[in-house]
Design a protein around this ligand. Sequence first.
Ligand SMILES: *Cc1c(COP(=O)(O)O)cnc(C)c1O
Length: 372
Amino acid sequence: MNPKIWLSSPHMSGKEQSFISEAFASNWIAPLGPNVSGFESDLESYLKSNSYVAALSSGTAAIHLALVLLGVSSGDEVICQSFTFAASANPIIYQGAQPIFIDSEKDTWNMCPELLEIAIKDRIKKGKKPKAIIAVHLYGMPYKADKINSIANTYNIPVIEDSAEALGSVYKNKKCGTLANISILSFNGNKIITTSGGGALVTKDNNIKDKAVFLATQARDKDPSYLHSNIGYNYRMSNVLAGVGRGQMTVLDQYVIKRRQNFEFYYNQLNKIDAIEFLDEPEDCFSNRWLSCILTPDFKTRENIRLKLEKENIETRPLWKPMHQQPVFKDTPKYLNGISDGLFERGLCLPSGSNLTDNELNRVISTIKAYF
Ligand SMILES: *Cc1c(COP(=O)(O)O)cnc(C)c1O
């Protein structure tokens, strides 16, 4: 059996260990310390646009805190892109709020601006103005932030930018993660850089960062006697894991280049096959190509290719199953146009790690070519 090729596996640079050793040497093993603030300032200088970063235990925690900070509570409605990973939507339920799912557009596979506006008007007509909008840069492709933000501004609804998959992507010369007043990042093991598990809340408002850190560290009031006037969470990133993040930040730009090279390679090798399509970068969009995805003509072809690759010990995944198709969200209001259903049926994510070798990429290509 050939060795396993993973979809997107962690890729250490070799620089992580020294930051971790520093944490051990100074006994900073707590969920605060110099690596946490160092990782935050590394991210702030990378993202620019006057960003403030709070390092947290996960991207999911960051979305949850974003909703708390925006005052989302029981009975509120929150609009969310349907074509995404469940972690974008689950925190809406943690707050006792009601998700409203919006389908995708063809150009970016992300939230369709037209449907968003239709949904907002309809929710208002039905009696409730949505409290927030969660838009996602799926697979690293930026959503059309200008259009989404302008609709959000018209109705005065805040946007939460889910940039979990898009660190290193750029929209109109601005880094993804800086396109809303509150954005989130993830450093889970499969993301473009990892702290093994972790996330961040990014904001342009220093007060929001302070509040996020306060809530993420059990909401302890400034008082020696453990005084609480708010419900808190244990969501801060540990100083050990932030050390991994600091090491990873030294190679982020290289990893973006490598992931984009993976995409280029697949594109050049497979583009001539009529049955395979790729998502081009629309004008103004620069994708980190976190995962390279292909579209096949139908479900059967998609599954045949997936199973053939699996037999060769090559891991691939269908594109995300839209939230409106999930059993757990079956009674959730939704505004659909069929696009994400089609993408889910026909789409496959190919191995995309920044640590893939030429030999591994060639194995993927020859297996797919052998199918055709
Ligand atoms: C990974 C991911 C998250 C959640 O991040 P975690 O750090 O795993 O909690 C949220 N949204 C999207 C789109 C993701 O891909």
